[in-house]
Design a binder for this molecule. Structure first.
Ligand SMILES: *[C@@H]1O[C@H](CO)[C@@H](O)[C@H](O)[C@H]1NC(C)=O
Ligand SMILES: *[C@@H]1O[C@H](CO)[C@@H](O)[C@H](O)[C@H]1NC(C)=O
Ligand SMILES: *[C@@H]1O[C@H](CO)[C@@H](O)[C@H](O)[C@H]1NC(C)=O
Ligand SMILES: *[C@@H]1O[C@H](CO)[C@@H](O)[C@H](O)[C@H]1NC(C)=O
Ligand SMILES: *[C@@H]1O[C@H](CO)[C@@H](O)[C@H](O)[C@H]1NC(C)=O
Ligand SMILES: *[C@@H]1O[C@H](CO)[C@@H](O)[C@H](O)[C@H]1NC(C)=O
Length: 359
């Protein structure tokens, strides 16, 4: 319901608000019905005065600094594009008056921190793009002015810590999707990611050295979690226990991971649908049989040791309805062979179990 496309929203607003005719600013092109004003890549250094438009696209200009009250007469704007405008600073109250703003794109600028009042007057903002800036902190106090935020993009910044406890629940209580890929996060305080509404969390390409289990307590609706490309070498038992009722998709690719503890995934037995552990250093795998809801698993590019210890995996692969791609890394004469084709298993005892390898 909240995921209406920009076009749908424009249509709704078009049908529900009378259209007045304003004039199109120099350097911009506007459509006849005054639904959009597009002023892309014009080397503008000041925000043009626009009225009665619903989409204002100012991408690729050179604004550098955006003072308070920079958008007079734009009460109808639903979507504002300010990507790649070399913006270093935005003064508090810059967007004041944009009462209908739902989408704000500030991607690929040079923001290092956000004024606590930057979002004053746009309390219904729903989608916020801040990826590709140089933020060093999660902009907690600024976000407290946009309590209806649903999707937040912060990829490619330089955020190193997520704190304090209760960060999400206090400043963005309705946030559903949080994108933090490609930052430098190494610390996440216990409870920082607690939130009743968070559903998708992208933490890939950061500096985490362990699964942030205690940070995820109190995120009972988290369905999707990416930890790919963090230097997490081991996944310990109970690592995902706080997510045992919700986690459907778990991505742990290219982490240099050497070991997944035998009972690390069992807590997700009834919910997990997608698991990817591609491109790690796993020689063995935990027993996947308890994961009864799995619909897809990616085990590729791991140096699996094809011996009788892997027999349960092999048997399991024969019983599941989806294709499982896994190749042997060892012993040397089996390297590169598909696990499903390796004949090493024919001589194994049927009841051999990976459990006997311990965890
Ligand atoms: C913007 O400025 C650059 C460099 O001065 C110039 O090459 C380019 O043609 C300008 N673009 C427009 C649309 O004026
Ligand atoms: C903001 O949202 C609230 C509730 O969702 C609504 O009542 C209000 O009219 C909205 N304000 C504007 C300016 O759209
Ligand atoms: C400003 O941001 C742009 C886009 O992200 C980037 O290419 C550029 O290097 C940045 N400039 C400085 C001085 O950091
Ligand atoms: C990231 O932030 C750290 C300080 O926290 C700083 O030393 C480093 O230069 C920053 N890196 C970039 C690419 O801005
Ligand atoms: C993160 O950075 C890597 C390497 O620079 C890049 O390949 C990847 O597309 C980036 N991901 C995101 C979400 O920005
Ligand atoms: C397999 O089962 C047989 C008989 O039940 C038992 O003797 C044998 O020790 C078991 N082997 C393993 C590896 O558990």
């Amino acid at each position: 319901m909240l995921l209406l496309s920009a076009a749908t929203l424009l249509l709704i607003l078009t049908l529900s608000s009378p259209i007045k005719v304003g004039k199109c600013p120099k350097d911009c092109s506007c459509d006849g019905a005054k639904l959009s004003a597009v002023c892309v890549g014009k080397n503008l250094t000041e925000i043009p005065t626009v009225d009665e438009t619903q989409l204002l696209d100012l991408r690729g200009n050179h604004f550098h600094y955006i003072p308070a009250l920079s958008f007079p007469g734009t009460v109808q704007v639903v979507s504002l594009h300010l990507e790649s405008c070399r913006i270093r600073e935005i003064e508090g109250g810059a967007f004041q008056g944009m009462n209908h703003l739902l989408y704000l794109y500030l991607s690929d600028n040079n923001l290092t921190l956000l004024d606590p009042k930057i979002f004053a007057g746009i309390q219904n903002l729903t989608y916020l793009h801040l990826e590709g800036n140089q933020l060093t902190q999660f902009p907690g106090s600024a976000l407290s002015l946009v309590p209806n935020l649903f999707v937040l993009h912060l990829e490619r910044n330089n955020i190193s810590k997520l704190e304090p406890s209760g960060l999400l629940s206090s400043v963005t209580p309705t946030l559903r999707e949080l994108y933090l890929s490609n930052n430098s996060i190494s610390v996440i305080t216990r409870g920082a990611l607690s939130s009743a509404s968070i559903g998708s969390l992208y933490l890939d390409s950061n500096q985490l050295i362990e699964v942030p289990t205690s940070a995820l307590t109190g995120a009972p609706n988290l369905e999707e979690l990416s930890l790919s490309q963090n230097p997490i070498l081991r996944v310990e038992r109970k690592a995902f226990q706080p997510l045992s009722q919700s986690l459907k998709r778990l991505y742990m690719d290219q982490m240099g991971m050497e070991k997944i503890s035998q009972d690390a995934l069992q807590d997700l037995g009834s919910v997990l649908r997608i698991l990817t552990v591609r491109g790690n250093r796993l020689k063995e795998l935990p027993d996947l049989r308890p994961l009864t809801s799995l619909e897809g698993v990616d085990l590729r590019d791991n140096p699996l040791l094809c011996s009788c210890a892997l027999l349960p995996l092999r048997r399991w692969m024969e019983t599941v309805r989806f294709e499982v791609s896994a190749t042997c890394g060892n012993p040397p004469d089996l390297r590169g062979q598909q696990v499903r084709d390796a004949d090493v298993f024919t001589s194994c005892l049927e009841n051999a179990s990976m459990n006997q390898k311990g965890s």
